[in-house]
Design a protein around this ligand. Structure first.
Ligand SMILES: [Fe+2]
Ligand SMILES: [Fe+2]
Length: 281
């Protein structure tokens, strides 16, 4: 008889972090209001967004009890996302000092996601998570490849790199749970791509609104020079994002189709994580 041990490690670790953002300058991304507020706006989606991801996975986790490896990775996924929420909240507390009130945007995110959670069945809530995990996996690749070099404050840069590394480590967990529960047929594919389209539109709309709100709060709404800088940044990156988002519509798509382990290894080196740091501890 084989023995299944839950004491085995997950395939990636949950790291305890405790960043301090006391020295954070006002415009920590490229000295540009538009770039800084874009990332702050994105960040305000994380605490409530990641807590929603955790609830959506937890609601269906019992269906993975017959797959101990997947169940262990779900545990590590929950641990990583909870830690991301905590550290981004600490980051928002520091941004508060510049009069940006990111916590009000966190609360708005919470209201939107609670409404969706109550309206959608569990399968669809899981699919929002699966879709947004792909969206995140695409964005963090660029963060690790290039965007981090524009982050002037080392602590803020480390926060984004650490988060990017872990998003890559757990990018397949929600997807694997979905396939484990619902298979790979047309009945799994159609809702997967439909909810992804909805999720992509939702996150694009919310991050755009938050970006504008933060620019307004900082009295930079009519700073056309900085908007121009952002337009060039966005234009350059969306050229690579769009085909990567589209990959999700392939019938046989799997998050692990893309291997960026070399990029992750470089990012780990930059923030002082050991390259072999891949098992839970
Ligand atoms: Fe996260
Ligand atoms: Fe994630």
């Amino acid at each position: 008889m084989s023995t299944i041990s839950n004491k085995q490690a997950a395939s990636f670790p949950v790291r305890r972090m405790d960043y301090e953002f006391d020295e954070m300058p006002k415009y920590w991304c490229d000295d540009e209001p538009s770039l800084t507020h874009f990332f702050t706006g994105l960040s305000t989606l994380f605490p409530e967004g990641e807590s929603y991801f955790v609830r959506s996975v937890r609601a269906l986790r019992s269906g993975a009890k017959d797959n101990p490896e997947l169940d262990r990775d779900i545990g590590a996924f929950i641990g990583q996302e909870a830690m991301h929420s905590k550290e981004h909240q600490a980051f928002h507390v520091s941004a508060q000092r510049y009069g940006l009130d990111p916590e009000s945007l966190e609360r708005a995110t919470g209201i939107v996601l609670k409404t969706i959670e109550n309206l959608f069945p569990k399968k669809w809530n899981l699919l929002v998570t699966v879709g947004l995990e792909h969206y995140t996996a695409v964005l963090v690749e660029t963060m690790m490849r290039s965007t981090h070099t524009q982050m002037r404050d080392e602590t803020v840069r480390n926060l984004w790199l650490w988060h990017s590394i872990e998003e890559t480590e757990h990018k397949a967990v929600a997807f694997d749970l979905y396939q484990h529960l619902y298979g790979q047929g047309l009945g799994a594919y159609l809702p997967r791509v439909t909810i992804f389209t909805f999720s992509l539109a939702l996150i694009t709309m919310m991050s755009t609104v938050y970006h504008v709100v933060l620019m307004k709060r900082d009295k930079q709404l009519f700073n056309f020079a900085t908007w121009k800088r952002f337009a060039s940044f966005a234009g350059q990156h969306y050229k690579t994002f769009i085909p990567q988002f589209m990959a999700y519509y392939r019938y046989n798509f799997h998050p692990d189709d893309v291997d960026i382990s070399e990029v992750v290894a470089q990012a780990k080196q930059l923030i002082g994580l050991a390259p072999e740091d891949t098992k839970a501890h």
